[in-house]
Design a binder for this molecule. Structure first.
Ligand code: ATP
Length: 503
């Protein structure tokens, strides 16, 4: 799917045209990087959340859920490190007045060199048969030179980020002659650190009010409730706490649709284990989370792990599950072994003991934590972009179809009386009333049946149920399947069971 700009544009406009995602505050010209989920979008999003919640909380007896508040005591963000270190390096172009992330400018530059390598490989693959790609990459002088350049810049760049060397970052941008994509100039300001948390005031009098933050992640709500859940839930290690909720980040470069938003949703699970068992547990959750993604039937080649070589100071293992979005492989989910860092920090800052008493070992300790953290919106985009298909049928007509995993589809079945007369709507209504008790259904009697099928294809409805004149005689309806467009008749009495079995 990599780098398919045109496909990405089609997906964004489809999402709007068919009621999945609208730009926020659109009649006021929108608000950058904020989006609203529309009538079908909210269904798909809820289905994704339920699918995750079920797999975590319902299927694991040792994982419970919570729903903590968005506002939390401001010291939490001091303890977690967000007040001091949740920063991105920003740089402005003085001519276009546009703001960029300095690290993203350099990453984009590196990506362009990578694209050049890919082009060379592509050209050679067409020319030589058989073609040994690995050999070509390691021997072709131009490719070797490009690869060396990437390696040297990456090394210097990582060191600068690590040392928070803002002067070095600016110097590198100048040295690489990176220009502003808008003005084309190299007239840059200095690089500054920019904290991504949104701050606001709590309390009625502005003078005496305290600064609070909109949480930039849901995880801290879990850490600060660790003791309460452990005690009231009589939890035994290893156990997990899961949460789905909104998070807010004042992203400098918020682009790529719902991939990077300023208000988004996370599904996070913190798993508390005995010290020393965290790496085994990390491996377990790494595999489990990939299995969860694959269980949706999305092709495995759209996923890959990106193990972190350089770890944050509090982590002893970390990986990202990356997805092949229309703009290339990017992070969809993070899995991190966070040691006892967060709970220790909260012990220190709150002065409260956050210990677990292990009856098996007779020890009192701060548990270690493995977390899985996935963005709901990124998962939505992954599912939507994977499902979007525009195909030419045998009769030459175009069909736009969302091949969504059936269990995630916003509408599970459409109930379609062939005509609006002859008693067919009455039968269709009866069927609708029965099915809607268990399945999200939609009744549609407008336009010719073919157009109605296309409308359902475009929103990803896996099954259309057509009621025709023969129904009055044989008490059967036609099921039309979205992906194969196959049609077959089933009796009304067995319809509900047949459909439920398919989910
Ligand atoms: P990135 O490097 O892409 O900014 P991150 O490493 O900062 O992501 P985490 O802090 O690990 O992300 O957050 C966990 C998950 O939350 C991410 O894997 C992603 O799915 C989601 N997420 C993070 N930031 C955003 C955002 N601005 N918009 C939408 N989803 C986000």
């Amino acid at each position: 799917m990599a780098n398919n700009e045109n496909l990405f544009k089609q997906i964004i406009s489809h999402a709007k045209e068919y009621g999945f995602i609208f730009p926020s505050s659109e009649i006021y010209d929108g608000l950058a990087a904020v989006y609203d989920y529309a009538q079908y979008g909210v269904e798909l999003k809820n289905n994704i959340k339920n699918y995750w919640w079920k797999s975590m909380v319902q299927f694991n007896e040792n994982i419970v859920g919570i729903d903590s508040a968005i506002f939390m005591h401001p010291t939490i963000w001091k303890a977690s490190g967000h007040v001091d270190a949740f920063n991105d390096p920003l740089i402005d172009n003085k001519d276009s007045k546009k703001r960029y992330r300095a690290d993203v400018l350099i990453e984009d530059y590196l990506k362009k060199i990578e694209d050049k390598i890919d082009k060379e490989v592509e050209k050679a693959a067409k020319k030589f048969s058989p073609f040994d790609e690995q050999l070509f990459r390691s021997t072709n002088p131009r490719v070797v030179e490009y690869a060396k350049k990437i390696e040297t810049i990456t090394q210097r760049f990582s060191q600068m980020l690590n040392d928070e060397d803002l002067v070095g970052l600016k110097a590198l941008i100048e040295e690489l002659e990176i220009t502003c994509p808008i003005s084309g100039s190299r007239n840059w300001t200095d690089v500054r650190q920019f904290n991504l948390m949104f701050a606001t005031q709590i309390g009625s009098v502005a003078d005496g009010a305290d600064t609070v933050y909109l949480r930039p992640e849901t995880a801290q709500g879990i850490f600060v409730n660790f003791l309460n859940v452990y005690k009231t839930g009589r939890m035994k290690i290893p156990f997990g706490i899961a949460q789905i909720g909104k998070a807010f980040r004042n992203e400098i470069v918020a682009r790529q649709f719902i991939f990077r938003m300023r208000e988004f949703e996370q599904m996070e699970m913190q798993f508390f284990v005995r010290p020393g068992e965290e790496l085994k547990c990390f491996k377990y959750w790494k595999e489990e989370r990939m299995k969860w993604h694959l269980s949706l039937g999305i092709a495995p080649e759209h996923y890959r792990f990106h193990d972190h070589e350089k770890l944050a100071h509090y982590a002893n293992a970390a990986t990202d599950i990356e997805f092949d979005f229309p703009f290339g492989f990017k992070e969809l989910e993070g899995i991190h072994s966070r040691t006892d860092y967060d709970l220790s920090q909260h012990e220190k800052f709150s002065g409260k003991k956050l210990r677990y008493f292990d009856h098996e070992t007779n020890e009192n300790y701060i548990p270690y934590v493995v977390e899985t953290s996935i963005g709901v919106d990124r998962m939505f985009l992954a599912v939507l972009s994977n499902a979007f298909n525009s195909e030419i049928l045998e009769d030459g007509s175009e069909r736009v179809v969302l091949r969504l995993p059936a269990k995630l589809a916003p509408i599970k079945a459409a109930i379609l009386p062939l005509v609006k007369k002859d008693g067919l709507p009455e039968i269709a209504r009866e069927i609708m009333d029965v099915l809607k008790q268990d399945l999200m259904c939609q009744y549609d009697d407008k336009d010719a049946i073919g157009r109605r099928y296309r409308r359902q294809d475009a929103i990803g409805t896996p099954f259309c149920i057509t009621i025709d004149h023969q129904t009055k005689e044989d008490h059967c309806v036609t099921i039309r399947e979205r992906d194969s467009m196959q049609q077959y008749r089933v009796s009304i009495d067995t319809l509900k069971g047949t459909l439920i079995n398919k989910f």
